[in-house]
Design a protein around this ligand. Structure first.
Ligand code: 8OZ
Length: 364
C-alpha cells in the first residue's frame, strides 16, 4: 500500500459500529428489483455481497410506499415480499462481514402518473411540476404535475416512513439513511424554489424543516440515533430544484440533526454527478454545524479522498459510480490499481450484465 493512502484504510467508529475503512458505497439506483413485487432478488444480493468490503454500504434508494416511487423497478420497503428480498441482501453482506444501511426514499413530484397508485397525480409540497424526467415501461417520460399534500395528510406520510423504518429493522439492516437530497420529497419541503406552502410546513426556515424533522423523529422512534444518517445536496440543481439561500436552511437542518445525535450527515458536494464547484457553498460550515460524522460525496478520486481526509475535511468518503464498475473498489484503492470504467448503458434496468459481471482484481 502506498504510505499516504493509509488514512483511507484506517478504522472509524460510527455510532456504535466499527468501520474497517473510510470508504462508503454511495446509494445507487440500479432498477433491477423483481418486476411487480419490487422486491430485491438473489441477483441484487449477489451485487451487494460483491461490494461488502466497503466501510459500510448505503443501499440504493428504496421507496417507502408506492406513492414514493418515481422510476421503473426500483425496490420498495413497504411490503412483506420486499422485506424478505432485503433479508437476502443483508444476509449476503453480513456473511462477508460487511455493514449495510438502507436509504429511505419518497420521490414526491419526481414521478409520473404511470407509476402512481391508480394513476393519481404524484404528491409534493406545492403543485408545481418539475422540469425533469423519469423512466417507466415506455422509457424516459416527463414528470407529471403534482398535487400539494394537504396539511392533514402529512402525518400519514410520516407514518409511511415509520413503517418503512420498522421494515428495515425486520430486514436486518444495520441502519437507515434518510434521503433528503436530489430534489425528492424532503428536499421539496426544504427548498423555497418548490415549497410555496402557507401552512406550518412552508414559508419560514423553521416551517420548511418541520416535515423533514418529523420524518427523522419517526425513524428515531424505531432506530437508535447511532444507526441513522441523512443525505443532503444543498446546492445540487438535480431534479429542477433550487433555494434562494441554501445556507439559511441547510445549516439549521444540520444543527437540528446534530441535536438529535444522528450518526452521520452525508453531503453531495456540488451538483449531483456533476461539478463539485457548481455553486458557492461552505460545506465545512455545514459539517461544523453537525455534531456527528461527516460523509462527503461527489466525484471523489483516490487522490482527492486522501487529501480530504488528511486535511480533516471529512470523516468518510462515499464513492458512487466507481463502485458500480469495481466490486473490489476498496482493494483497488489500497493497491492503487486501475479501475474498471463503468458502462452507463447498463446503469438502470436489465440483468447481470453491467451489474454483477464487473471483474475483481482477483479474477485476473
Ligand atoms: C438516478 C436515477 C434515478 C434515481 C438520486 C435516487 O439521485 C436517485 C436517482 C438517481 O438520489
Amino acid at each position: 500500500m502506498a504510505a499516504d493512502a493509509e488514512i483511507l484504510f484506517s478504522p472509524f467508529t460510527l455510532g456504535d459500529l466499527r468501520l474497517p475503512n473510510r470508504i462508503v458505497m454511495a446509494p445507487l439506483t440500479r432498477s433491477r428489483a423483481r418486476k411487480g413485487a419490487l422486491a430485491p432478488t438473489a441477483l441484487n444480493a449477489e451485487y451487494y455481497r460483491q461490494r461488502a468490503s466497503a466501510g459500510f454500504i448505503v443501499s440504493e434508494a428504496s421507496q417507502i410506499s408506492q406513492e414514493g416511487q418515481g422510476y421503473l423497478d426500483t425496490p420498495g420497503v413497504y411490503a412483506d415480499a420486499q422485506v424478505e428480498g432485503w433479508r437476502k441482501v443483508t444476509d449476503a453482506v453480513h456473511g462477508e462481514g460487511g455493514l449495510i444501511f438502507i436509504q429511505l426514499w419518497h420521490v414526491g413530484r419526481i414521478s409520473n402518473v404511470s407509476l402512481q397508485p391508480s394513476g393519481a397525480a404524484p404528491v409534493s409540497s406545492s403543485a408545481i411540476a418539475a422540469k425533469a424526467q423519469v423512466y417507466d415501461e415506455t422509457g424516459f417520460v416527463p414528470t407529471s404535475t403534482p398535487r400539494a399534500l394537504e396539511t392533514s395528510e402529512i402525518a400519514r406520510v410520516v407514518e409511511d416512513y415509520r413503517r418503512a423504518a420498522e421494515n428495515a429493522r425486520k430486514a436486518g439492516f444495520d441502519g437507515v439513511e434518510i434521503h433528503a437530497a436530489n430534489g425528492y420529497l424532503l428536499d421539496q419541503f426544504l427548498r423555497d424554489g418548490v415549497n410555496r406552502r402557507d401552512d406550518e410546513f412552508g414559508g419560514s426556515v423553521e416551517n420548511r424543516l418541520r416535515f423533514p424533522l418529523q420524518v427523522v423523529d419517526a425513524v428515531l422512534d424505531v432506530w437508535d440515533r447511532a444507526r441513522v444518517g441523512v443525505r443532503v445536496s444543498p446546492v445540487s440543481p438535480f431534479n429542477d430544484i433550487a433555494d434562494s439561500a441554501p445556507e439559511s436552511v441547510f445549516v439549521p437542518f444540520a444543527e437540528a440533526l446534530g441535536a438529535r445525535g444522528l450518526a452521520y450527515l452525508h453531503a453531495i458536494e456540488g451538483a449531483t454527478g456533476g461539478p463539485r464547484d457548481a455553486a458557492p457553498f461552505d460545506f465545512q460550515k455545514l459539517r461544523k454545524s453537525f455534531s456527528g460524522a461527516y460523509v462527503a460525496n461527489n466525484g471523489f478520486t483516490r487522490e482527492l479522498a486522501i487529501e480530504t481526509l488528511e486535511a480533516g475535511r471529512a470523516d468518510l468518503i462515499a464513492f458512487g459510480r466507481p463502485f458500480i464498475s469495481n466490486p473490489d473498489l476498496v482493494e483497488r484503492l489500497r493497491e492503487d490499481a486501475p479501475l474498471n470504467a463503468p458502462d452507463p448503458d447498463t446503469f438502470y434496468g436489465g440483468d447481470a450484465e453491467g451489474y454483477t459481471d464487473y471483474p475483481a482484481l482477483s479474477d485476473a
